[in-house]
Design a protein. Structure first.
Length: 252
């Protein structure tokens, strides 16, 4: 796909290299209206929307999950980037996040939603994200929470780790970022998440990797409404638990 060509942002587009092979394309490409994608879009906007510089340039890494970042493109120049050209819209960049085709300090922000857990070389990835963001620019992230929740889902999805808030803060700080918001999300649906993981531990019943088939309409509506409780609470402060962690950090 064609790469952006304006100003000093574009430097090169190389062959994706060094990335640990991710899971197959996101389930959002199969069913973008699945409740989790709908809910995550709202939670990301509420929790991290204020960290996005209006009118700036943001590279969205792992753009297979595009349905969750429609809110981002309305406020900034969003450049989708993915290692898989099949998921990219016109103007997207096909590249590895470990070798980003942008000059140092070119970007106002980088977003990587449910991406960094797919990379074995975490420090190398965060160093590359730090390189392309300008001083004072932002890194926006979401990651799966809790090491105790590791399951067959993580293996099938190509994850290398799950995070605690402390673990994420330490990694971001070591990479030269200053976290200014780190919060859990999906607290309202956490009992269902924990029960799913407990069932696998006790009975060996595999957790489904990516559930994108439509659920009964009542179930979908109920889960989305539960997540709206999270969205309301996130307007007032951070959530102490939940199956995801959302973070915004400033590039020092």
């Amino acid at each position: 796909m064609a790469a952006p060509t304006s100003g000093r942002i574009h430097e090169r587009v190389g062959t994706p290299a060094g990335m640990t092979s991710p899971a197959p394309s996101s389930g959002s490409l199969v069913n973008a209206t699945y409740w989790w994608y709908v809910a995550r879009a709202e939670l990301l906007e509420v929790a991290l929307g204020d960290a996005v510089p209006d009118g700036g340039t943001v590279v969205d890494i792992g753009s297979a999950d595009g349905p969750s970042v429609g809110w981002l493109g309305a406020r900034v120049r969003r450049i989708p980037l993915d290692i898989d050209p099949a998921v990219l819209p016109p103007g997207g960049v096909c590249a590895s996040a470990l070798t980003l085709p942008f000059v140092e300090g070119a970007l106002d922000a980088v977003s990587a939603f449910d991406v960094i857990e797919h990379f074995e070389a975490e420090s190398a990835l965060l160093a590359e994200l730090h390189r392309v963001v300008r001083p004072g620019g932002r890194l926006l992230l979401s990651v799966p929470a809790y090491r105790w929740a590791w399951s067959s889902h993580d293996v099938a999805a190509g994850h290398h780790r799950r995070y605690t808030r402390r673990r994420l803060v330490v990694a971001l700080t070591a990479a030269g970022f200053a976290p200014d918001r780190v919060t859990h999300a999906f607290a309202s649906t956490f009992p269902l998440f924990a029960a799913d993981r407990l069932k696998e531990r006790l009975f060996g019943a595999p957790v489904q990797r990516v559930a994108v088939d439509a659920l009964p309409a009542l179930v979908e509506r109920t889960l989305v409404r539960c997540a709206k409780v999270d969205a309301w609470l996130l307007r007032f402060g951070d959530l102490p638990f939940g199956s995801s962690i959302l973070a915004a950090a400033v590039r020092r």
